[in-house]
Design a binder for this molecule. Structure first.
Ligand code: FUB
Length: 308
């Protein structure tokens, strides 16, 4: 009986996740989804695209959070964090990621710095995945003046992604045009070593780290308009070997920004497109979810987007 119940619940999950319900959130424009799996639930943290049509620029004044226990039914929760919650920041809720460590939730975000030129990375902390989140340091953890020896653009310090390796060492990856990583101290709010450039072909932005079996995967946006490509390594510190395109340009959006998670024994690719008619586009984006599959050698099959 137990076996039948198990099989039945598996079958029900298979048929209820319908990629053709993309985009997942239709009542608001949502971008740069960062997914967190915690205690049988998935949380999606996303920027709220609010650019009034017909204008075309980023207007992103807050992050949103949604939760689900089946990848089908989503609950929206109160706004958990805004760039203005960082006193040193000026605005612009660009891409982010949340990770749990020792019962606390650390949220690494891109914002515009108030007094240092360019974009910066801040970190907020909370006791649960829905917040309230508060600035964990009172200052940015990464600022543009820390990386000017590599590129001269003001938006290179964006798109943080964070990883805690099996030995407990945490790493922050980020970047635009140039990808970087730095180790984090156990407190998760201070760097623990130098900033190291990561060499990835045609890197634009949006790095995301995940692990499957003994492989590390660093997926990232390439070119512009963006596709998602990926590299694999046996170590989080590289060297990384480029493996090709994982996701093509996502309907009607110049940017493409992914998270990759395993939830209840299935893998998912969570991203955004600009496909909501008639006002959707590069500055009014929408979060989508499709399934992700591996080949026997550990490489990933190209994502079959619902819109294809
Ligand atoms: O949403 C603003 C920026 O667009 C993100 O930080 C990039 O990854 C791109 O999606």
């Amino acid at each position: 009986l137990l076996l039948i119940a198990h099989n039945l619940s598996g079958a029900i999950q298979d048929t209820t996740f319908r990629a053709d319900s993309n985009p997942v959130f239709k009542h608001k424009y949502t971008a740069d989804p960062a997914a967190l799996v915690y205690k049988d639930k998935v949380y999606i943290y996303a920027g709220h695209d609010e650019c009034p049509p017909p204008e075309n620029r980023y207007v992103i004044n807050e992050w949103l959070v949604f939760s689900s226990d089946d990848m089908v039914n989503w609950t929206e929760h109160p706004v958990p964090l805004k760039p203005t919650d960082f006193k040193w920041a000026k605005g612009e809720a660009w891409a982010s990621q949340v990770i749990e460590r020792n019962g606390k939730f650390y949220w690494y975000v891109t914002v515009q710095h108030g007094s240092i030129h360019g974009k910066s990375i801040g970190v907020a902390v909370a006791d649960n995945p829905l917040g309230p989140f508060v600035d964990a340091r009172g200052s940015a953890i990464i600022t543009n003046d820390m990386t000017t020896e590599y590129t001269k653009i003001s938006w290179e310090d964006i798109d943080p992604t964070v990883w805690i390796d099996d030995n407990g060492q945490a790493y922050l990856f980020w970047g635009n045009t140039q990808c970087y990583y730095a180790k984090l101290k156990e407190n998760m709010i201070e760097l623990d070593g130098p900033i190291v450039p990561v060499h990835l072909p045609d890197f634009t932005e949006a790095p995301w780290i995940h692990k499957y079996n003994d492989w590390y995967y660093l997926s990232y946006a390439q070119f512009f308009p963006e596709k998602i490509g990926y590299s694999m390594s046996r170590s989080i510190e590289g060297p990384w070997e480029y493996k090709g395109i994982l996701n093509e340009i996502a309907g009607n959006s110049n940017t493409n920004h992914q998270s990759i998670i395993e939830f209840k024994d299935k893998w998912y690719f969570i991203y955004h497109n600009g496909a909501i008619p008639t006002q959707g586009g590069s500055f009014r984006r929408s979060v989508c979810i499709d399934r992700l599959y591996y080949n026997a050698d550990g490489t990933m099959k190209r994502i079959q987007m619902t819109s294809e």
